[in-house]
Design a binder for this molecule. Structure first.
Ligand SMILES: Nc1nc2c(ncn2[C@@H]2O[C@H](COP(=O)(O)OP(=O)(O)OP(=O)(O)O)[C@@H](O)[C@H]2O)c(=O)[nH]1
Ligand SMILES: [Mg+2]
Length: 232
């Protein structure tokens, strides 16, 4: 057998080697907002109506492929009870994105985001923040005035945090995959073609003008523009 020919053959038979990139994403927010439900739905496509309190930190992995690259998400889910706040570094340090979740039916969980953001962003300023309102399936049945007020307040929070805003329902599979697609796009500066949803009453999906600071530590002084609020 001619050695040159067999070399070529051998190369052709080698399995294609994929690049692998590990991405850690932290989930934080008050107890029972739906952090574990979102993670389990995204990774295992299962939704459980029963509540099981997270004690400390849970984590699950999911692999997604983009062309020749495998992205391995490690999702760190921190129990929302105050007693677990000392474990916030596990969900924050090392995360490329931190998802701040609140329950669309409990406005006090949105107010709490100030403190979650202060603490998590204080530990990791370079992580891309995302603001996610959960239980959209219950929210749509609430008073339209309440929906409008909460939607507007959420948008203000998103501006201050410079965080993409997504309303989702894990129970009814609304915008669940998109949260992680947006996280990935913001982390790696990729272009996304998902249409935005801006209408009050709809499951908001606003990301184009938010969360675009790359190398956030360096560029933070360039933003925000004077018209944008800078504190809660
Ligand atoms: N209707 C509805 N219920 C939801 C949704 N997501 C979560 N839930 C319910 O909300 C409750 C709390 O959900 P969890 O995911 O356990 O909340 P958590 O944020 O992980 O709570 P902690 O672990 O205590 O921090 C459970 O009973 C879920 O079934 C949703 O999209 N719609
Ligand atoms: Mg939990």
């Amino acid at each position: 057998m001619a050695s040159g020919g067999s070399d070529v053959q051998a190369q052709q038979e080698l399995p294609k080697v994929k690049n692998r990139v590990d991405v850690q994403v932290g989930l934080v927010g008050d107890a029972q907002v739906g952090k574990t439900s979102l993670m389990v739905k995204y990774v295992q496509n299962v939704f459980d109506e029963e509540y099981t309190q997270t004690l400390g930190v849970n984590f699950l992995k999911r692999k997604v492929s983009i062309r020749s690259t495998d992205i391995v998400f490690s999702i760190m889910d921190l129990g929302g009870q105050r007693e677990f706040i000392n474990m916030l570094p596990i969900a924050s340090l090392g995360s490329s994105a931190i998802v701040f979740l609140f329950d669309l039916t409990r406005p006090e969980t949105l107010s709490s985001i100030k403190e979650w953001y202060r603490q998590a962003h204080g530990l990791n300023e370079t992580a891309v923040p995302l603001l996610v309102g959960t239980k959209y399936d219950l929210f749509v049945d609430l008073d339209p005035e309440y929906q409008e007020q909460l939607s507007r307040t959420s948008m203000e929070y998103a501006q201050v945090m410079d965080a993409p805003l997504v309303f989702c329902s894990t129970a009814k599979s609304v915008n669940v995959q998109k949260i992680f697609k947006i996280a990935l796009a913001k982390i790696f500066n990729l272009t996304l073609t998902i249409p935005e949803i801006n209408e009050i009453g709809d499951p908001l999906l606003i990301y184009k003008s938010l969360g675009n600071i790359r190398a956030r530590g360096e560029e933070i002084s360039r933003r925000p523009s004077p018209s944008v609020r800078t504190s809660f």
